[in-house]
Write a protein that binds this ligand. Structure first.
Ligand SMILES: *[C@@H]1O[C@H](CO)[C@@H](O)[C@H](O)[C@H]1NC(C)=O
Ligand SMILES: *[C@@H]1O[C@H](CO)[C@@H](O)[C@H](O)[C@H]1NC(C)=O
Ligand SMILES: *[C@@H]1O[C@H](CO)[C@@H](O)[C@H](O)[C@H]1NC(C)=O
Length: 619
């Protein structure tokens, strides 16, 4: 009797187990992930109830008290403990207290490559309650000036290796902005912060300088290209920094992990997910000035790295490296990042062993994120009923001709069908706020959609097209608008067109991205119309783009058109150009290719074209 009951029970369980596998194959993954989201939500609510506002800086300070001797940063072989970083950032705070009138709420722009001082200056200023604006360390001239001016800083702090970039624009910089250089000898008009640091006290500054009254207060500015126009400074609140810092923990990292960061710290993934994530865990971070494919695995072995951060390009470069002995012989168990295509993902796992790849999606300024909590190759995450309770997102139909969300006769938007690409938008409300951009509200407004499904609703437009399949997995499809991604950076087409348009022989320039085999993102291409009776100067063109634009934004291809298409809209024209690409046998217009050795553009021949298509030529 008992036996038959037991077998019956067992069979029942087994049946239930199979039923669950069949009908809800992702049930446990979903549930597990959801519990984490809920736990995080509860923690935030407890903070709120206690009236206790714990920022990422507070968490860092508590680690510095509890585990002062633990390594926080490892950089070029040198170890910086939690205590070291705390003390040096105190020096930064004191240097500014003693030698400037900087006060709480002031904005300070930071132009620095990845190095420990990036973090010292960031934390030091945070201890004074200043808002730190991270500047892209590749930009120069007008773009740099534009970015500095949009965030209206009181001071700019510049890394020792980037003083040249600031010197170039020093005469045009508004006079009330003081410039501080992290070097002993600095150009005229710049104060040596390094010298001041050596004399400053390393005692803690009173917490009254930085204690916050609201998690919604501004903490950082991080530049993003938005979807249109020049780069904009996204307002990053304390809350967003906190949210970002939970990423590594949510993916299962612990205090014992050693996290390798090669991504630039001026982007949100390096700074918030990477450094912030390390602080949340109390872990160790191996910081690299710049990603190097050839040194990557050596570094991982040398420092016993267990987790690294990636973007799709990074894994592709690693896969392209010549094969070596013992490639699976390392301790990396997990990688967190985004933009990995399925082919590279498979190749990467085959070659470098069983590393758990955690793909996530999130825009710097956005109020939504996804994580691949189930491990489906190629997917950025999975939506389910519960998740949508926390993050109200929708995919809506998009008009590719007009380049805007499709609206019906009454002006409403509609959901896409399963399996079709749609524009990802997420609901903006008090529980899920959007903090916008520094400066004019116009910028902020341009990222919002109003009256989408009903009167009065507001959504954040991510500018990304996504597909949701029948199992609710989400896949990245494309970016809309005037930007494209290349080498992990967003390129604003209007900015590039501006730079080219300044040449005296150019009448009009139209910039767009074209797909190239073997690369993530899109390579820049400019279609140009010359002024009447002027001729094209290829060397001058090359010189103009390389001096005014960061390397990733320089157009790889040029196309010279003799007249503007008069039919269709401007956007339609662009779409056609993208479709036509850069095939010299299909396009009768002259085509040119950027040659960094010859320091000029050269005619794009059939041979060059073939080399590019066979992935033999590096772009
Ligand atoms: C890496 O781990 C090994 C074995 O546990 C240890 O001997 C070595 O010192 C570690 N290296 C570093 C840089 O921590
Ligand atoms: C994400 O996908 C990878 C690839 O299959 C998987 O190994 C990993 O476990 C997934 N991430 C998480 C957090 O489960
Ligand atoms: C261009 O040159 C032609 C012939 O030399 C001349 O007739 C024409 O007026 C010129 N056009 C302009 C806009 O200078």
């Amino acid at each position: 009797m008992l036996l038959s009951w037991l077998t019956g029970f067992g069979a029942g369980l087994l049946f239930l187990h199979f039923l669950q596998k069949l009908l809800f194959p992702y049930f446990w993954d979903d549930l597990w992930f959801l519990l984490k989201v809920v736990r995080y939500g509860i923690q935030m609510e407890i903070y709120k109830l206690r009236g206790e506002l714990v920022t990422v800086l507070d968490k860092f300070l508590s680690h510095a008290r509890r585990q002062p001797q633990k390594a926080f940063l490892i950089y070029e072989g040198d170890v910086y403990t939690y205590e070291d970083v705390d003390k040096r950032s105190n020096r930064v705070a004191h240097a500014f207290l003693d030698h400037s009138s900087l006060k709480r709420g002031d904005v300070v722009a930071l132009l620095m490559s990845n190095e420990p001082d990036f973090i010292h200056v960031w934390f030091g200023l945070a201890k004074l309650g200043c808002v730190v604006a991270f500047l892209n360390s590749n930009i120069r001239f007008d773009s740099l000036l534009h970015c500095i001016c949009t965030c209206e800083p009181t001071a700019v702090v510049v890394g020792g290796d980037l003083l040249g970039s600031i010197e170039e624009i020093l005469p045009s910089l508004p006079k009330h902005i003081s410039v501080w250089g992290m070097k002993d000898s600095v150009p005229q008009g710049v104060v040596s912060l390094k010298e001041k640091l050596s004399l400053a006290s390393d005692e803690p500054v009173p917490t009254s300088h930085h204690v916050t009254s609201s998690l919604k207060s501004t903490c950082l500015y991080i530049f993003t290209s938005g979807t249109t126009g020049l780069p904009k400074a996204a307002v990053i609140s304390q809350l967003q920094v906190l949210k970002g810092s939970f990423g590594l923990w949510a993916f299962g990292c612990t205090a014992d992990d050693i996290i390798y960061i090669t991504l630039p710290l001026y982007h949100s993934s390096g700074a918030l997910l990477g450094i912030g994530g390390c602080i949340e865990l109390g872990a160790t971070c191996v910081l690299k000035k710049k990603f190097s494919a050839s040194q990557f695995w050596n570094d991982c072995k040398k420092y016993n790295v267990t987790v690294f951060q990636y973007i799709g390009e990074l894994c592709r470069y690693l896969c392209k490296q010549p094969q070596r002995e013992g490639e699976k012989d390392h301790r990396v168990r997990l990688a967190v990042g985004n933009g990995m295509s399925s082919d590279v993902w498979r190749q990467f796992l085959d070659r470098f062993g069983n590393i758990k790849m955690c793909e996530f999606y999130g825009a710097t300024e956005g109020n939504i994120c996804f994580m691949n909590h189930t491990g489906k190759i190629g997917s950025v995450g999975r939506a389910n009923f519960f998740y949508k309770l926390f993050f109200a997102f929708e995919l809506i139909t998009y008009d590719f001709q007009k380049d805007e969300p499709m609206r019906d006769d009454e002006g409403w938007c509609h959901h896409v069908k399963t399996g079709e690409p749609g524009l990802l938008i997420s609901r903006v409300h008090t529980k899920n706020p959007f903090f916008g951009y520094a400066g004019s509200y116009r910028h902020t407004k341009s990222k919002l959609l109003f009256d989408v499904f009903k009167k009065g609703d507001v959504y954040f437009n991510t500018g990304d097209l996504m597909v949701q399949d029948h199992e609710n997995f989400l896949y990245f499809w494309d970016r809309i608008g005037d930007t494209f991604r290349w080498k992990g950076e967003n390129v604003a087409t209007t900015e590039v067109a501006d730079v080219i348009g300044r040449l005296d022989f150019v009448q009009e320039a139209n910039v767009y991205g074209v797909p190239v085999p073997g690369y993530e993102g899109k390579a820049g291409m400019a279609s140009i119309i010359l002024k009447p009776n002027k001729s094209l100067d290829l060397e001058k063109m090359y010189c103009q783009v390389v001096t005014s634009l960061p390397a990733y934004a320089c157009p790889r291809f040029l196309r010279i058109q003799d007249k503007m298409e008069t039919t269709g809209t401007f956007k339609l024209k662009k779409m056609q150009l993208v479709e036509e690409g850069f095939h010299p046998l299909k396009i009768s217009d002259p085509l040119y290719f950027m040659d960094n050795l010859k320091k000029s553009y050269i005619p794009l021949t059939k041979e060059i074209y073939n080399q590019i298509m066979l992935e033999e030529l590096k772009l």
